[in-house]
Write a protein of this length. Structure first.
Length: 532
């Protein structure tokens, strides 16, 4: 479509090319919530709510956010009523109704559909749809985060296209590779190994879209992404390598956005591994991890060292637990001796029962910072007698679904290094730490099964009293430090270089992600284009 300026003075037309490291396995956040999947699905689908870039919860498909004051939440907190917009169409022209929302809820809760998480949904006792624009959820008990989590990361899906792909069939539905949504952009094409093309939905219910198309270009090598940013072959380099900041800043016509994120890099320990099943060994490795060295040496201080999976300014941050995560290699060596490991042959590597203390670390291939971090960790762990081997995988293989044999989901790893994009709502911990959330039933990729931890993350998800909630999550931090299934490394500052020609690009540190407002993006028109 030819560029033009609308009556509101905002230019229409043009395309934006986004360079991303990871190609999605499928376009379904329910089944495969990877970063690129979220970025693309935000454009294709709609949600009840989303966070803006200032952490304000805002309505999307619904007319207003339910509260007790406006009658959307009952006095006892157990009945939540949503009123949907009546002007929303699926990309095939069918009207989106409350029946679609109810269908999606039932699909998520179907025990035969291996969705990534049922977090928050399992407290729903029943739901009904009194009319096409109203859906009412009756909860088993009040839940303080229900409104902020319901159809927040999950999108509402079309019943008329998926009713024959429920249960075990859901994962294999062709829909996930050519979806029909209700968001500002429509699926056009997906060329494996190359790109995903989305075009403007001219029947979108919200503002815009002003662009003609958004293209995701799959480039697994970060150095190649840098080159293409310099040459103008891509307009936005999603979450660029911090090492590239100086080069990116020097590119004419490019603005580098720096956004402190709710995303933390971490090490997952597979607690079903014969060595790592011993929490004393996990504690030792945690104490042998010099996070400050990684932050300064690899990331030039552009990240913030993480003691816990809570930010220091969170009300749930446990200072005492954080203090116990100090770097202490001498203590690490003592712990390993207590666990029965010694260097019986003098080769510098500890052994027990004739077997060396050898572990493998895995990350996504093609990411220089993670590859350098692995080398630093190998040296750090060698100092306490651990032989750390490195085996990286293509992102599609590493992050693949359980059904497709993904390395992390199926537990075919010793130590995995990757990032979590966490929600401002702490109830998200249930999906990654509860014993019944081990893949394929959730995202407990460490496979930790601690009875008290499971009890607390479930209680925390529904606790309404703020003081009691603080107590719960601070105790959760105590247990996580004691059990050490995870070593948080640092909180990211996202580096997003973007062409200055693109306006209204406002990076978002929450799971709503940087495409949360893409319908309002617009490009500077060519100099010779005038209003028509």
């Amino acid at each position: 479509m030819q560029s033009r300026v609308g009556p509101d003075g905002i230019p229409r037309g043009g395309r934006v090319i986004v360079g991303v490291h990871q190609e999605p396995e499928m376009l379904s956040v329910l089944l495969h919530p990877a970063t690129t999947t979220t970025l693309a699905c935000n454009l294709i689908f709609s949600h009840f709510v989303k966070y803006d870039d200032h952490f304000h919860l805002i309505p999307d498909l619904i007319r207003k956010i339910p509260t007790k004051e406006n009658g959307g939440i009952s006095p006892d907190g157990c009945t939540i009523t949503y009123h949907l917009r009546t002007d929303v169409l699926w990309h095939d022209g069918q009207r989106l109704t409350s029946r679609d929302a109810k269908f999606t809820y039932r699909l998520i809760m179907d025990p035969h559909s291996n969705v990534e998480s049922r977090e928050g949904w399992d407290i729903v006792k029943s739901c009904h749809t009194p009319d096409d624009s109203t859906i009412v959820f009756h909860l088993k008990h009040a839940a303080p985060d229900f409104v902020s989590m319901t159809f927040f990361e999950e999108a509402v899906l079309p019943e008329h296209l998926l009713r024959n792909y429920t249960g075990e069939k859901f994962h294999s539905a062709p829909f996930h590779h050519a979806p029909v949504g209700s968001g500002p952009f429509r699926f056009k094409s997906w060329t494996s190994g190359s790109n995903l093309i989305l075009t403007a939905n001219r029947h979108y219910y919200g503002v815009g879209p002003y662009l003609d198309s958004i293209i995701f270009k799959f480039i697994p090598n970060e150095n190649t992404l840098l080159v293409q940013m310099k040459t103008g072959d891509i307009d936005w380099f999603d979450n660029a390598n911090a090492e590239f900041v100086d080069q990116l800043t020097a590119i004419e016509g490019v603005k580098v956005y720096r956004t402190p994120m709710f995303m933390y890099e971490h090490l997952d320990f597979n607690t079903e591994n014969s060595i790592l099943s011993d929490r004393t060994v996990r504690q030792a490795i945690a104490r042998a991890t010099n996070k400050k060295e990684i932050a300064e040496r690899i990331y030039q201080g552009l990240v913030t060292v993480a003691a816990l999976d809570e930010k220091p300014d969170s009300p749930y941050y446990n200072k005492e637990a954080a203090a116990r995560t100090r770097y202490d290699p001498m203590s690490a060596r003592v712990l390993l001796r207590q666990a029965g490991w010694s260097d019986s042959d003098g080769d510098g590597i500890l052994d027990r029962d004739g077997k060396p203390l050898r572990l493998t670390i895995s990350a996504a291939a093609g990411q220089p910072n993670r590859e350098r971090t692995e080398l630093v960790l190998r040296d750090q762990y060698r100092k306490i007698g651990i032989d750390l081997r490195i085996r990286n995988y293509n992102p599609t293989v590493l992050y693949g679904t359980f059904e497709d044999g993904g390395i992390i989901r199926t537990g075919k790893y010793d130590i995995a290094m990757y990032a979590w994009l966490s929600s401002p709502a702490p109830a998200s911990k249930e999906a990654i730490y509860a014993a019944d959330a081990v893949s394929p039933h959730g995202q407990n990729n460490t496979r930790i099964r601690n009875r008290e931890l499971t009890k607390l993350v479930k209680e925390g998800a529904i606790e309404s009293d703020p003081a009691r909630r603080v107590q719960i999550y601070r105790r959760v931090s105590d247990i996580l430090v004691e059990e050490a299934p995870v070593v948080p490394l640092f909180w990211y500052t996202a580096i997003d270089p973007c062409t200055k020609r693109l306006h209204n690009f406002r990076p978002n540190p929450t799971p709503s992600a940087d495409t949360w407002n893409a319908s309002t993006w617009y490009l500077d028109p060519p100099a010779d284009v005038s209003s028509r």
